[in-house]
Design a protein around this ligand. Structure first.
Ligand code: FES
Ligand SMILES: [Fe+2]
Length: 376
């Protein structure tokens, strides 16, 4: 299969990238956003769904519309662990099975079923398996099973997921995009890193070498970045970041961060984070700042005192890169070795799907190597 950039960003159920992503459990929603007794629309991987939380606390994901006359189900009513359509009351359980047609004297509910997806909540994220057939085993990560404060976040990013995924293996951009940031304060930008890496049983291990210090991070196939890093304020933290497309243009990054603190240290940390969040709420929204920069009304370096500057810097770089250019014209250089590797693995796996061959048996080992000698 020839490598075509559009193959990486077409994420619907019939597209190759869409089928590759659907072969794995994916985070699709933040648990705290779906309250008991509520239903909401969910768009992910180019498809529309309905997500709801029943009164037992169980989350379910079913098709977007009612099988009767097509009303969108998220405006319906949650009843027990079922969802009842607002229009004529057809009611569906978590498996999408219609269980009630109140206006029919002879119900044929047994024969009516809408789509549903296996769901699992894990550390504040709702994961779903959106592929066909039985789901693979749910991955439990050692770093998330060993205590500490686990924080779940979603950030909507208005550029394609593959730009962000490539950025996850691109350490050279630190010295340019993040020239004025905590990375520089930590001495990470004193020199341009020598980058290397290789394919592994789980994805990619990537090294950024500066003198004797080596920063290590990982891609867990197909779309998750993982790194364990040390920072003065937080101590050891584990970062997971799934880049999950909403459609071909935009994506959500779902983060799980583990901060290894407890007792009094935990209280201090939580207070500091709450203060940071309160400070951010008072500032102009980051996406508005990015828009002004993209319109040429402001330069990135004029807002580098913001606490969310890393997000803004990445967003500007990736919006500048854009989704409408043909990546086949990129001039990949030696410092892009990991980008090339990532594209090659994805291309190989998509070719397997296209030709009906099995994917590589990706496997995440319990102990992945972590960064040593660099404070980030
Ligand atoms: S459209 Fe849903 S019950 Fe009629
Ligand atoms: Fe970045």
């Amino acid at each position: 299969m020839a490598q075509r950039y559009k193959d990486f960003v077409e994420v619907g159920p019939d597209a190759l990238a869409g089928r590759f992503l659907r072969s794995f459990w994916q985070p699709v929603f933040l648990s705290e956003k779906i309250a008991v007794g509520r239903a909401l629309p969910l768009k992910i991987l180019g498809e529309n769904f309905t997500i709801f939380r029943g009164y037992s606390g169980q989350v379910a994901i079913v098709g977007e519309r009612c099988a009767h006359r097509g009303a969108k189900l998220y405006v319906g009513r949650v009843e027990g662990d079922c969802l009842s359509c607002i229009y004529h009351g057809w009611t569906y359980d978590a498996s999408g099975q219609c269980v009630s047609q109140p206006a029919e004297q002879r119900s044929f509910a047994d024969s009516v079923k809408i789509n549903s997806s296996p769901v699992r909540e894990y550390h504040g994220l709702v994961f779903a398996y959106l592929g066909s057939g039985d789901p693979p085993e749910f991955p439990l990560f050692d770093a998330l099973e060993s205590g500490g404060i686990v924080e779940a976040r979603e950030s909507r990013r208005l550029y394609p997921f593959f730009n962000q995924l490539e950025n996850s293996v691109d350490e050279v951009h630190f010295n340019f995009t993040h020239r004025s940031s905590a990375f520089t304060d930590a001495g990470l930008n004193d020199q341009i890193p020598e980058v290397s890496g290789e394919e592994t049983e789980y994805g990619i291990v990537r090294y950024g070498k500066r003198g004797n210090a080596v920063r290590i991070s990982h891609i867990l196939m197909p779309n998750c970045m993982y790194a364990a890093v040390y920072g003065h304020e937080k101590g050891w933290t584990d970062h997971f970041a799934w880049r999950v497309p909403i459609d071909r243009e935009i994506h959500s990054t779902f983060n799980l961060t583990v901060v290894h603190k407890s007792g009094a240290e935990e209280a201090v940390y939580r207070e500091a984070m709450a203060k940071q969040r309160a400070a951010l709420r008072k500032l102009e929204p980051a996406d508005d700042v990015v828009d002004r920069i993209m319109r040429g009304e402001l330069h990135l370096d004029e807002v580098d005192d913001r606490p969310d500057i890393l997000f803004i810097q990445d967003a500007v770089a990736m919006k500048a890169q854009g989704s409408d250019v043909c990546r086949e014209n990129d001039l990949l250089a030696t410092s892009d070795k990991q980008v090339r590797l990532l594209r090659n693995i994805w291309t190989r796996e998509m070719a397997s799907i296209e030709e009906g061959r099995p994917l590589k048996a990706w496997r995440i080992p319990s102990n992945l190597p972590v960064t040593k000698g660099v404070d980030v």
